[in-house]
Write a protein that binds this ligand. Structure first.
Ligand SMILES: [Fe+2]
Ligand SMILES: [Fe+2]
Length: 474
């Protein structure tokens, strides 16, 4: 059966004249669709969803909007426009022309970087599989599905690279991306955070705020890569990623706004009273922040990393916005780290800057998260509330890096495991918190209506009203 590739798979990689790639995709695409049916959003496959689809890389009009059934979504393959004069922006190859093919000596490293990134994309779809059943509005339901189909497209983007540049082992890795599953005992997803189920919408907004933002920083680092097809692929993915984070930060702002309204109505900030009023009290939201922020920080990797140094040296993975730095070789600079000495004290350590790339990126991430917390705190202050959100210390609750397994308080001061256990329910969502949040998760399916725990968005999607029927249930 002949497939019109330009029509079926929107692309700017000249798919219709690339027989090798077509053959690989012919094999992979049906398997992807099976995976989508089995592991993608449950129950809504025949609903009409108002979705954005990437159809070109034109900045002015790269996407089209229409009501489509998700299995008929056109998952396309797009790379940002090629700059034929592009050179390495950092590392030992600095200033030389970038690679259009994979150099033999970096083949397995590049493949691993692509597979690790690619694995997170379908993983998040699997994690969010059941959320559609409890969406607080049709607007939010559409937001969830938009994120899901675009994470599906990000998987396509990585699979394209594997198929087009890595031959047989690339094709095998592409198959494996559909075989590992989030939370599976035998074949889990590669990174830990992507194996935790997301079963409530507060967690979904936390995930799109904190975890997708880690994704943004990883994509920005890979968008600097000297392997040009990878850089261009990631650059285009960033345009879609921005909307995922928008869903996260506006979602959390709306939850906060609703809580403030209930506080005002009831003239109290007593958490129990707020809960009885049907909203989520601010301290509970703070505990979710503590959980998801610390979990996202692990995704950046160890503070001191010889892998990161090697990626930087070889020009495979750079720093986000590498152009903003003065020194692109980072050879003679050092980076100061605070490390636990094992006896409860903290010592200073100097490491070569190249080894500290994960930590440098993590610090930029923390600053960006803080900007949004400041905004929400303004919102609280304007409403007359005393509470302020804060990010815990990056040392808090870490599982990866020099602080892994070290018990600290929210300020990052080392404490005993007993002291940590005693405060755990003050700092992290308790079983009671989680069951309370779960108790609010009731679907609202009337256009324009919102669940009682979340305020409506300021505006709708693509200039449509908030009350538009964004998902028409079959
Ligand atoms: Fe993604
Ligand atoms: Fe995303």
């Amino acid at each position: 059966m002949a497939i019109d590739y330009q029509e079926r798979i929107p692309n700017n990689v000249d798919l219709s004249s690339n027989r090798t790639l077509q053959r690989a995709l012919e094999h992979w695409q049906p398997r992807f669709l099976n995976w989508w049916q089995e592991m993608g959003p449950t129950d809504f496959q025949s609903a009409d969803v108002y979705l954005r689809t990437a159809v070109s890389v034109d900045r002015m009009g790269w996407a089209s909007f229409a009501a489509v059934k998700m299995p008929e979504y056109r998952w396309g393959i797009f790379l940002a426009e090629r700059d034929t004069d592009r050179t390495f922006g950092f590392g030992d190859e600095y200033g030389r022309p970038v690679w259009q093919q994979v150099p033999g000596e970096h083949r397995s490293t590049l493949r691993r970087l692509i597979v690790t990134q690619g694995d997170t994309e379908p993983a998040s779809v699997e994690q969010q599989r059941l959320l559609g059943l409890t969406a607080p509005s049709l607007y939010d339901l559409r937001g969830l599905f938009q994120v899901n189909v675009e994470e599906g497209r990000h998987l396509w983007a990585m699979v394209y690279l594997l198929h087009a540049y890595f031959g047989r082992d690339g094709r095998e890795e592409a198959e494996e991306l559909l075989c590992r599953h989030s939370g599976d005992d035998d074949k889990p997803r590669i990174l830990r955070t992507f194996n935790e189920p997301i079963s409530d919408w507060l967690s979904f907004f936390m995930f799109t705020f904190f975890t997708d933002r880690d994704g943004k920083y990883q994509l920005m680092s890979l968008a600097e890569s000297g392997f040009d097809p990878l850089a261009r692929t990631c650059q285009f993915m960033l345009t879609e990623e921005a909307h995922h984070m928008f869903i996260g930060h506006t979602g959390l702002a709306r939850v906060t706004r609703r809580t403030l309204e209930v506080m005002e109505e009831l003239r109290t900030d007593d958490p129990e009273a707020i809960r009885r009023g049907g909203a989520i009290d601010l301290p509970t939201i703070q505990r979710y922040i503590n959980f998801w922020f610390s979990s996202a920080l692990d995704l950046f990797g160890s503070e001191s990393s010889s892998n990161a140094a090697q990626y930087f040296a070889a020009g495979l993975k750079g720093r986000p916005n590498e152009a903003q730095f003065e020194d692109h070789l980072a050879l003679d600079q050092v980076f100061n780290l605070e490390t636990p000495d094992g006896s409860g004290a903290i010592t200073q350590e100097e490491i070569p800057l190249r080894n500290a790339m994960n930590e440098a990126t993590r610090r930029a991430y923390v600053q960006e998260c803080q900007i949004f917390l400041d905004r929400w705190n303004d919102q609280i202050q304007q409403a007359g509330g005393d509470f302020r959100y804060r990010l815990p210390s990056p040392r808090f609750r870490r599982s990866i890096g020099i602080w892994a397994g070290v018990c600290t308080d929210l300020d990052g001061r080392p404490i005993s495991p007993e002291a940590y256990a005693a405060r755990q329910n003050d700092w992290l969502p308790s079983d009671l918190d989680r069951s309370f949040v779960h108790s609010l998760m009731k679907p609202v399916t009337e256009p324009g209506k919102m669940a009682a725990w979340i305020a409506p968005p300021d505006r709708g999607i693509n200039n449509l009203p908030v009350a538009h029927e964004y998902v028409r249930l079959a």
